[in-house]
Design a protein around this ligand. Sequence first.
Ligand SMILES: [Fe+2]
Length: 400
Amino acid sequence: MTSESNGPRIVRVKKPSHHFSYLIAPSGDYLCSTDGTSLALQGDVDDQAIWDRSGDDFRHVVTGLVVQATHPEVEQRSELLLGGTSINAEGHVDGNAACFTVGHGPEKMPSVYLETLKREGWVALTSILPASVVDGLQRVGCVEAYEGQEPVKVNPIAQDPAVTRATVEPVSLWLARQYMQTRDIKVGHPPGVSSLPPDDGKREVQGWHTDFPYLWGTGDRIPVSAGELVLGMQRNLCVSDFTFENGATRFKLGSHTSNQAPPAEWGVTNDTFRRGHRAEHGLPYGGPDAEVIEAPAGSIVLYDSRTWHCAGVNRTNRKRGAMIQAFIPGYIIPFMDTSATFKAFLSSDVVDQVTEHERRELDRLMVHKIRGPAGMFAITTDAELTQRAREQGGSGATIY
Ligand SMILES: [Fe+2]
């Protein structure tokens, strides 16, 4: 392994000075136009759902159609008008005013992000989350202004609607659906906020690996190269600012095309978590052939799960918050059962604090289903068979 003195290349994404807007109906769906004259609602955020504010007006970026807003500020409730006539809750122009929300949109058009993602295997959606969601995630994760507070022993998704809003962030979902070439995408494990503590110079660290479901370098789950088929993506959401100093993720950008595990000499997770490994071999590779992406809180780094990466080392005295999420096509068995977490959401107060759209997306992402000749069934784990399998396999058995 190489020493830290000759460090990784820093890729810095800067806080944008301008963001596009969403016009969000009471249902949570997005106002769009396909022809530049009529309006409709849609669940996805592609280019058709992007608006640009100018004073009290919102201009539809693709077609140039202009609607007026009574309250055009971000996160404000507003009535919308087209040619002086109010727009209703279904997005139709019929004089029945509905209460829309002006949403904090992306810095760039979704199609521009998709182009970058397809070309590079990763993309940064800089500062894409609204400030209220970032604050909610920091509270749940007990980081930044909330560092020092005791974590609440309640499922994160049942603590704050910010966890749901971050999970269903619409541009990253649209990109993941496009990149994996299926509308049926799932989360591979329940959403949560994690924090990387300041390094103590001793503890074993995460090594280089690829993410779920591949897990090359950390379990080796997919046995062969998947070729053109994309079996997973990872979404790193920066709950704190990500910097080199506080342990922002190290990547070997573009390595997804190799369809291989990171080299063992870089220090792979299979080895680095072994007790005594760090004392004997030092830290995983952190030299100039690697990159660190620095991004402001509220940013998302979305990447092909085959990309080699590992956690950085936090050399500050503050925790660094993140929400790390695997996405998989519906035909891949998830990493963890998400059904109990989804049921915790359904039985919490949060369910009434999110929109119908957000509930629907979370349901799509977290309830894994079988559809076959016998009908449709939700899949979950079975306690009896789990116990039996554990007894058969012994407690240390691997399923890989
Ligand atoms: Fe990872």
